[in-house]
Ligand binder design. Structure first.
Ligand SMILES: Cc1cc2nc3c(=O)[nH]c(=O)nc-3n(C[C@H](O)[C@H](O)[C@H](O)COP(=O)(O)OP(=O)(O)OC[C@H]3O[C@@H](n4cnc5c(N)ncnc54)[C@H](O)[C@@H]3O)c2cc1C
Length: 486
């Protein structure tokens, strides 16, 4: 039986980072992946395909140019499933090649097969080639991710009624689309299809959605969606989904209303892919959604040599955070000291328009009793915005009144998911409003919105006396390291 320092189950962002990190520490590593090729949900059905689809839609529809040329502007008049699929295939192939090469370069062994625990150290792998083998692992990282939740009451047929995996498998452009679930995935697809002029109805049982985002940003977002005809039904319980004689889904709501569309995307949750892992054989169990509990700092499960990372441990279930969790798990497993994780991490929602956020929302700051002031910039106030024809998009920054410290940044509109990283750096370094006032930004850029929003807040803030001592220390440290580099 082969023995490995580390066996990683799953080759998505968490598994990949754990494996590469351990290999860089000189450990023998095996990655077991039940799909034919590496990459996980992130590459095959989730992050990369949905973002590729979005990019294709924005490019072919001419979405980004409509501020100038009007709502009827199109780059390609008729856009069909083949148009969407073509770019998808090429992008995914390239991503997978990069990952395969990364594993090879770092001496990580990969095996196509499905792993299950025989005991806490032995794993049985049912290989894609047919045979079954056993390996021994000193340490294990479970990075099996999640699968779409498919309730029995929804008549999935992978043609008219789909989950997010089915939608990507053979992309089509329906005339009308119902999306059940206003989580990140539902919102992204609802708005991507709406940008193609598909008539979209979004159904969400709760009265609000994306509650971790600042409400002012969500209000702007809802306004934009309604303005382009998206039907948003909040607080709407789904009583049943049935298909009619044409195979079209008909959704009946608890209050008797019905919604009939050509296609329905069910995007109301995902469950941990742990059912066939044989967890009972290694002494682990999951919650009702198939998720594992870990120590939030080390990512160890209750069995100290078994770690879990990525979507299988639940929130925030992002590729970006999964990668970090995998890396931290591998470092801890092989005794590499890790600095504490930064306090805040960014969220990116690749809807149309995109939204990105870091730190506290205004509502969170006020609920914590923090006295704060907000600054707003509209993208149309920047010269770059004029050049790009942006008539929408805004940035909101939140500062603590006394210390002038930045508490949060919230952006909606073009470039939001890139722009957020400026705010992230200042926030995690403990910076204040004065950073944005005193520094120059490239001109013309959308990043100038930071200065505009900061100046807007400055208008209402008490005047600064001196920079807080703590901030000076950070600046001194940066100056010292810059001198060293020079
Ligand atoms: C539609 C969609 C859009 C998304 N968009 C974004 C985005 O824009 N940004 C972002 O940061 N995140 C996004 N996400 C989330 C992101 O994809 C996940 O957070 C990320 O993929 C989780 O990584 P992971 O390593 O936990 O596992 P996954 O990527 O889920 O991979 C797990 C792998 O483990 C394999 N596996 C399962 N069981 C076994 C077994 N027993 N043996 C062997 N292999 C097994 C599976 O086949 C799978 O390939 C999106 C997700 C979806 C569904």
């Amino acid at each position: 039986m082969d023995i490995f320092d580390l066996v990683v189950i799953g080759s998505g962002p968490a598994g990949r980072r754990a494996a590469v990190q351990a290999a860089k520490l000189g450990k023998s590593v095996l990655v077991v992946e039940s799909r034919a090729r590496v990459g996980g949900v992130s590459v095959h059905t989730g992050t990369i395909p949905s973002k590729t689809l979005r990019e294709t839609v924005l490019n072919l529809s001419g979405w980004r140019e409509r501020g100038f040329y009007g709502r009827s502007y199109r780059v390609k008049k008729e856009i069909d499933g083949d148009d969407l699929g073509m770019r998808l295939g090429k992008t995914l192939e390239h991503e997978i090649e990069v990952l395969e090469h990364q594993f090879q370069r770092n001496g990580v062994r990969t095996l196509a097969g499905t792993a299950r625990f025989v005991d806490a150290h032995i794993l049985e792998i049912e290989c894609a080639a047919g045979e079954t083998i056993r390996v021994r692992a000193d340490r294990v990282v479970i990075a099996v991710g999640t699968a779409p939740y498919r309730p029995k009451t929804i008549p999935f047929d992978d043609e008219h009624v789909l989950d997010s995996d089915g939608l990507i498998a053979t992309p089509r452009v329906p005339r009308s689309l119902t999306v059940i679930g206003a989580g990140v995935i539902g919102i992204e697809y609802a708005t991507i299809f709406s940008a193609l002029d598909v008539a979209v109805t979004l159904i969400e049982p709760r009265e609000t959605f994306l509650d971790f985002i600042d409400r002012e940003i969500i209000e702007d977002f809802v306004h934009q969606l309604r303005d382009r005809g998206v039907q948003i039904k909040l607080g709407a319980q789904v009583a049943s989904v049935e298909t009619d004689e044409k195979g079209w889904p008909v959704t009946t709501l608890a209050d008797g209303r019905t919604v009939r569309t050509e296609m329905l995307l069910y995007a109301a949750g995902r469950i941990g892919a742990t059912a066939s892992l044989g967890l009972e054989n290694c002494g682990l169990s999951t919650d009702s959604r198939g998720r594992l509990k870990v120590d939030p700092e080390t990512f160890q499960t209750e069995i100290p040599h078994i770690y879990a990372a990525g979507d299988v441990i639940g929130f925030p279930s992002l590729a970006s955070t999964s990668m970090e969790q995998g890396r931290i798990a591998a470092c801890h497993a092989f005794d590499l000291p890790m600095p504490p994780a930064p306090k805040f991490f960014p969220y990116g929602i690749y809807a149309v328009p995109e939204i990105s956020t870091i730190g506290l929302s205004e509502q969170e700051a006020r609920a914590k009793g923090i006295a704060c002031e907000c600054g707003i910039a509209r993208m149309r106030e920047t010269s770059r915005g004029h050049i790009m024809g942006l008539d929408r998009g805004m940035m909101k920054m939140i500062f603590e009144l006394g210390t002038r410290r930045l508490l949060g940044v919230h952006i909606i509109g073009e470039g939001a998911t890139e722009l957020i990283h400026i705010g992230q750096a200042v926030l995690n370094l403990g910076g204040t409003l004065d950073y944005f006032i005193e520094n120059s930004f490239n001109y013309p850029t959308l990043a100038e919105a930071y200065k505009i929003a900061a100046l807007d807040a400055w208008n209402r803030m008490p005047r600064a006396v001196a920079p807080p001592a703590e901030q000076e220390e950070v600046f001194d440290e940066v100056r010292r390291s810059l001198k060293k580099v020079a």
